[in-house]
Design a protein around this ligand. Structure first.
Ligand code: UGA
Length: 452
């Protein structure tokens, strides 16, 4: 099938490359011409494992452009995957979405086209996009009345494992009020639903994956599924962090508690890792948007609100713990291991490291940091904060009064901790992710603390 994707961020680019890899002809459009020029040369503007490989393997089915006139006519499916960044009120900024919808409407041809919202948009956006498309069509000088339908196809991929999540998803959700749109999207996703595409060698199909469940529903339900899923994951993390606080007081081990409850198949083991809490561009933004939408209907969502509060508190707890241990923070040197909001990405949006660094600097601490991938981006985007970036974790340890593990990159698990301890002024490690081996660190002469 012929597909156009508007927006080449994480979601748009991953979707485009995956659809091309399973045999569709895909035009990826972005108004940022520098990005498009780089993509034409096979250069990916983000760090995402195997994306560059899959792009190279699928090049014959991919086209990159900044022109709607090139991308839209002839496309059977048009995905809108533009950014919807948060505004101060919590509601997402829909400017890029409305611009994209208008430009699509101006260029639709006469064949039936399904326009799909892949961006996380407020509930009701499907209808709004449809009205924008209709307005744009009516204003066309050629007076043609293209046939189209709007659908919602929320994205559940995680950064760092975006391709795996797209090719082997837990489910695909499609929402549309017009049955024809559902049929088109069913055909588009069929190779993934039936798992009939040849798996790339570097992304082998997991043995447990066979047919993928499809949830085909109405527009509003699909839109709400996305928000409810992210809110639930966020509150699962906040729940374990809240229990972690109590665990610390009663002398229980929160990792054991998480394992013990997660083995109950009704609860499930994932997203129960206690620690610094969630970061990233999604959970914060989507929980805020859900609360804002509920507010428009005169509703409160106290559980979601509490999950957000607990998440903020976890950042404060890092500072409180260090203050408790070191007594005086002013003039101390504290090292952060990891800057990205999670491992295997260079994304720094809402990264806990930024907030923690700022809080420490505000208290007169000299903050040093290392990240295997995100350091360069940090320097570009957050250089002003005044964090000293180090080339290795060992440099971070030099003359440090404490180290905080903020992002659980694999390489931090296997550091030569004796060597780290010797370099530190005060051999103290605060494990913000329950990722380090307590006994190993203690054997190496370090005092080990976890966040809860
Ligand atoms: C999240 C969702 O997991 C995806 O399903 C969704 O598609 C995406 O948002 C989105 O809406 O675009 P992502 O933000 O990439 O994906 O990353 P996650 O793996 O969900 O991690 C989010 C944050 O939670 C990270 O900071 C991570 O360190 C933290 N986390 C995760 C915990 O603190 N504890 C856990 O047990 C799991």
């Amino acid at each position: 099938m012929r597909v156009a994707i508007i927006g080449t961020g994480y979601v748009g680019l991953t979707t485009g490359v995956c659809l091309a890899s399973i045999g569709h002809r895909v035009a990826c459009l972005d108004t940022d011409q520098t990005k498009i020029a780089a993509l034409k040369n096979g250069k990916i503007p983000i760090f995402e494992p195997y994306l560059e490989d899959l792009l190279a393997d699928s090049q014959h089915n991919l086209e990159f452009t900044s022109s709607y006139a090139e991308a839209i006519p002839g496309a059977e499916v048009v995905f809108i995957a533009v950014g919807t960044p948060p505004t101060p009120s919590g509601a997402p900024n829909l400017e890029f979405l409305s611009q994209a919808a208008r430009s699509i409407g101006e260029h639709l041809d006469n064949d039936f086209t399904v326009v799909v919202n892949k961006s996380t948009v407020p509930i009701g956006s499907g209808n709004w996009v449809e009205s924008l498309l209709r307005d744009a069509c009516e204003q066309r000088s050629d007076r043609r009345g293209p046939e189209f339908a709007v659908a919602s196809n929320p994205e559940f991929l995680r950064e760092g494992s975006a391709l795996h999540d797209s090719l082997y998803p837990d489910r695909i959700v499609i929402g549309a009020d017009e049955p024809r749109a559902l049929e088109v999207l069913y055909t588009l996703y069929r190779p993934i639903l039936d798992q009939t595409f040849p798996a790339p060698t570097y992304l082998p199909r997991p043995e447990t994956v066979s047919a993928i469940p499809l949830v085909s529903t109405d527009l509003a339900s699909a839109e709400l599924i996305k928000y409810a899923a992210n809110a639930f994951l966020a509150l699962k993390i906040s729940f374990i962090n809240e229990i972690g606080l109590l665990a610390e007081r009663v002398g229980a081990d929160i990792s054991e508690v998480g394992r013990g409850i997660g083995l109950d198949s009704r609860i499930g083991p994932r997203f129960l890792n206690a620690g610094i809490g969630w970061g990233g561009s999604c959970f914060g933004k989507d929980t805020a948007a859900l609360i804002a939408t509920a507010g428009e209907y005169g509703l409160h969502l106290p559980i979601v609100e509490a999950a957000r509060k607990i998440n903020c508190r976890q950042r404060d707890r890092v500072v409180e713990k260090l203050l408790h241990e070191l007594k005086i923070l002013k003039g101390r040197s504290i090292g952060l291991l990891g800057l990205a909001f999670k491992p295997n990405t260079d994304d720094l949006r809402e990264a806990p490291a930024i907030e923690i660094a700022q809080k420490l600097i505000d208290r007169g601490v000299r903050v040093k940091a290392h990240d295997p991938i995100a350091a360069e981006r940090f320097c570009r985007e957050h250089g002003k904060i005044g964090v000293q970036l180090c080339r290795t974790p060992y440099e971070v340890a030099d003359a440090c009064d404490a180290l905080v593990l903020v992002t659980e990159w694999n390489e931090y698990r296997d550091l030569e901790w004796e060597c780290m301890a010797k370099r530190m002024r005060n051999p103290l490690v605060l494990d913000g992710r329950h990722a380090l081996d307590r006994e190993k660190l203690q054997r190496a002469g370090l005092r080990y603390l976890s966040l809860c």
